[in-house]
Design a protein around this ligand. Structure first.
Ligand code: FAD
Length: 265
C-alpha cells in the first residue's frame, strides 16, 4: 500500500479523495481512511481544541468550537479553501498531508502550535506540525495515518491568515498565518508561518525572535516579514516567478502580523 500517488497499479489511501482529480488515472484501488470515523470538533476542559482528521474542511469552517481559536483564524482559513464542493469533500487530515499542493491549513496549524495524533504500526504517537514539515521522513512513515489534530488553548490570542492566489479556486502562490499574544504588556509572543514558498510550509523562527526582541510596529513588522521570506528562499514555478512569490509573501506576512497585532487602520 502506498500513501502517495504513483505509477499505474498503485493503491492509495484517501480521505476526501480530492487528490483523485489529479492522480485518478494512475490509481487502481482507493482505500477509504475515513471508515475509521475520526470526524468532528470538540473542546477539552483546558481549552484544547480536538479536530478529527476526517472532519471535512466545510465542517471546520462552520464549527463554533474551532471559531474560538485565536479570534477565528481557523474558521476563516477553512472558509477560504477552494469552493463549497471541494470544502465538503476535502478533510483536515488530507489538507495537512497533501503537501505537493501548497494547501491553506498547514501554516495556520503551524502558527497555532498544533500537534497531530498519528497512528503507526507500533501504536499511536503525537507529532508536532513543525516536526511533520521539517523532519517528515523521520516522524511519519509510509502507511502512518493522522487521526486528529490538537490545537492548544488559544482563545486569548489574536490570529490572522492571508493567501495570495491567482484566483479563488487555486492553491496559494504564497500564504501567511500569524498568531500574537501582546495582551500582558511584556515582550510579545509572536508566531509566524508561511506557505506556498517551497515544498513544505514553515515557521519563521528568526522573524519571530526579531519581533519578540524589538516589539511590534510598522517598521519592525516590515523587517520581520523580509527576514522570514529571505530565510524561506521562495521558488519559481508555473504559478509565479520567484520574485513575484517573494513580493507576495512579504505583503502577506506584513498583513497578517499587522492584523494579529491589532495595528491595522
Ligand atoms: C480544484 C481544486 C482546488 C483546490 N483549491 C484549494 C484551495 O484553495 N486551498 C487548499 O487548501 N486546497 C485546495 N485544494 C487541495 C485540496 O484542499 C486538497 O486536495 C485536500 O485538502 C486534500 O484532502 P482530502 O481529504 O481530499 O485528501 P485525499 O485526496 O483523500 O488524500 C490526499 C493525500 O493525503 C493522504 N491522506 C489523506 N488523509 C490522510 C490521513 N488522515 N492520514 C494520512 N494520510 C492521509 C492520502 O493518502 C493522499 O496521499 C484544491 C484541490 C482541487 C482539486
Amino acid at each position: 500500500m502506498r500513501a502517495h500517488a504513483g505509477s499505474p497499479g498503485t493503491a492509495l489511501y484517501i480521505s476526501g479523495g480530492t487528490i483523485l482529480v489529479h492522480a485518478g488515472a494512475t490509481i487502481d484501488t482507493a482505500v477509504d481512511l475515513c471508515a475509521i470515523g475520526a470526524r468532528g470538533v470538540s473542546t477539552e476542559p483546558d481549552g484544547t481544541i480536538v479536530i478529527g482528521a476526517c472532519t471535512p474542511v466545510a465542517e471546520l469552517a462552520r464549527s463554533g468550537e474551532a471559531a474560538v481559536a485565536a479570534g477565528g483564524i481557523l474558521s476563516r482559513a477553512a472558509h477560504g479553501v477552494a469552493n463549497h464542493t471541494i470544502r465538503n469533500l476535502a478533510t483536515v487530515g488530507g489538507n495537512l498531508v497533501a503537501w505537493h499542493f501548497p494547501t491553506d491549513l498547514p501554516p495556520v496549524f503551524l502558527a497555532l502550535d498544533a500537534v497531530m495524533r498519528v497512528h503507526t504500526s507500533d501504536g499511536a504517537k503525537d507529532v508536532t506540525l513543525d516536526a511533520f514539515y521539517t523532519r517528515r521522513r523521520e516522524v511519519f512513515r509510509r502507511g502512518d495515518l493522522i487521526t486528529g489534530v490538537r490545537v492548544p488553548s488559544s482563545s486569548a490570542l489574536r490570529g490572522a491568515f492571508h493567501k495570495v492566489g491567482r484566483k479563488r479556486l487555486d492553491v496559494a502562490i504564497a500564504s501567511a498565518a500569524a498568531v500574537v499574544n501582546a495582551s500582558d504588556g511584556g515582550a510579545p509572543d509572536v508566531r509566524l508561518a508561511l506557505g506556498g514558498l517551497r515544498v513544505a510550509p514553515l515557521r519563521a523562527r528568526d522573524a519571530e525572535s526579531y519581533l519578540t526582541e524589538n516589539g511590534l510596529d510598522a517598521a519592525t513588522i516590515r523587517k520581520a516579514a523580509v527576514i522570514a521570506v529571505d530565510a524561506a528562499s521562495p521558488r519559481g514555478d508555473r504559478r509565479a516567478t520567484a520574485d513575484y512569490r517573494r513580493a507576495a509573501a512579504v505583503a502577506a506576512a506584513v498583513r497578517v502580523l499587522t492584523e494579529a497585532a491589532g495595528l491595522e487602520g
